[in-house]
Write a protein that binds this ligand. Structure first.
Ligand SMILES: Cc1cc2nc3c(=O)[nH]c(=O)nc-3n(C[C@H](O)[C@H](O)[C@H](O)COP(=O)(O)OP(=O)(O)OC[C@H]3O[C@@H](n4cnc5c(N)ncnc54)[C@H](O)[C@@H]3O)c2cc1C
Length: 402
């Protein structure tokens, strides 16, 4: 396996860098830098989405038949890394990276024609309705019930931790259509219009005061039968396909390396106890270097996975290893940022967003202001997309054969 860039890949990287230099505005970069949550607020996320759409680079991981760019896995990686290093806002991954591949694989031609173009154009904003009270790690126990009534499904139940449901006009959702069979076999996958009677979205405020997740209540919600993806009872198969994409669809190293880049640059501006800057603090620099080595090792692993994907081999349980390492590293980087900024890192503004004209005035600077909210929001990394304990169980079973 050779993971060095070829001449063509180097030229491609230059093309991406040139594009970012001219099209990724300072407003968007500042917005992304000042976002403590996992997802970007829709205002900057959508603006960046439109720019990439115009360029034809938005669907960079979709098959060409559906409007994809036809890039190799390595080109996709280069693109993601350059976007991260340039502080581009996160794209709405729930629709672009999770739902779209499901529609490509399991959707009817009508569903593909109806939903995929509106995902690209950002006309539709999606949320993911999988988890429920008592059904997170043990997802197959979910209880939200859908009962067939003529050409519609009537849905009752509730979803929990639904990211950006307060912005979404659609939700892809797992529902129980048959309670009398093996629990996995009784689950189906529905596309639900959120703007209809019977849907209530209640906010859940995060530790840092961010409104990112919600509880969603469904009370006699009516869904056309045509909006079931796959067949009745195929939801678990589809969910497994989607969760594999959630855990392994994107590389984590680019954004971790970008975070570390930012920290290293900031070290020479952060005051140290007793004078000088944190760049002179040997213990801090050693800890930072340790995290950088870990991120570089993760990058090598991710590039190895990409090389395997390019050979047509599925990534398999390595995605669990990557998710586990990346989540821990993300939290370690958040801890380093708190250490870097010292007392100024303890400020916890309650206003949002932390960018734009109405943003609160930072103590010391914007990077110090974002440290505590990011640290607190990062707690979620070892929970969502399969908690660390769940990943370790997968690794124990599938890699170690325990
Ligand atoms: C910020 C955030 C955003 C999210 N966004 C979404 C979203 O948009 N849509 C969505 O559907 N869900 C979302 N989730 C939910 C997420 O997928 C679940 O929180 C996750 O699957 C864990 O489920 P749970 O919260 O029910 O915890 P539980 O499953 O109850 O777990 C509680 C604890 O027990 C441990 N545990 C559970 N089972 C085992 C086991 N078998 N062995 C060992 N330890 C175990 C877990 O590791 C954890 O430490 C989000 C979560 C967060 C934090």
């Amino acid at each position: 396996m050779d993971i060095r860039l070829t001449a063509d890949e180097t030229a491609f990287r230059t093309e991406v860098r040139d594009f970012l230099a001219t099209h990724l505005t300072e407003r968007l970069r500042a917005g992304a830098r000042a976002t403590p949550t996992v997802f970007a607020e829709p205002d900057i996320g959508r603006e960046w989405q439109h720019i990439l759409y115009e360029k034809g680079w938005l669907a960079y991981f979709w098959p060409v038949a559906f409007g994809g760019t036809g890039w190799t896995p390595m080109q996709r990686y280069i693109f993601e890394k350059e976007c991260a290093l340039a502080h581009a806002p996160e794209l709405p991954g729930l629709s672009l990276k999770l739902l779209a591949p499901v529609l490509h694989r399991f959707g009817t031609p009508e569903q593909q024609a109806r939903y995929l173009p509106r995902i690209l154009s950002a006309d539709d904003y999606w949320c993911q309705g999988f988890s429920e009270p008592g059904s997170g790690s043990d997802l197959a126990s979910l209880k939200t019930r859908a009962v067939r009534d003529g050409d519609r499904w009537i849905v009752n139940g509730s979803k929990l931790w639904t990211t950006h449901a307060h912005f979404a006009d659609h939700m892809f959702c797992l529902v129980r259509t048959n309670p009398d069979v093996k629990r996995q076999a009784g689950i189906s996958f529905l596309l639900i219009d959120m703007k209809q009677p019977g849907i209530e979205v209640r906010p859940i405020m995060g530790l840092a005061g961010d409104h990112e997740v919600n509880a969603v209540f469904l009370d006699d919600v009516s869904v056309p039968a045509d909006d079931m993806v796959g067949s009745e009872g195929q939801g678990w198969t589809i969910a497994k396909f989607l969760l594999e994409n959630e855990r392994g669809g994107s590389c984590h190293a680019p954004s971790l390396l970008a975070d570390l880049d930012t920290l290293r640059a900031a070290a020479s501006q952060a005051p140290a106890d007793g004078g000088g800057t944190m760049a002179d603090d040997a213990l801090f620099i050693a800890a930072l270097s340790h995290a950088e080595f870990a991120a570089q090792a993760l990058e090598t692993t991710e590039l190895r996975i990409l090389a395997e994907i390019a050979q047509g081999r599925p990534p398999g349980p390595q995605t669990s290893l990557v998710k586990l390492v990346a989540s821990n590293l993300k939290q370690d980087i958040g801890t380093l940022a708190m250490r870097l900024w010292g007392p100024a890192g303890l400020q916890l503004p309650t206003e949002r967003p932390l960018y734009g004209n109405a943003a609160p005035e930072p103590i010391l600077n914007a990077a110090a202001q974002i440290a505590a909210p990011t640290y607190l929001n990062n707690r979620a990394w070892t929970i969502f997309g399969g908690s660390n304990e769940v990943q370790r169980t997968i690794i124990a079973k599938t890699v170690l054969g325990l």
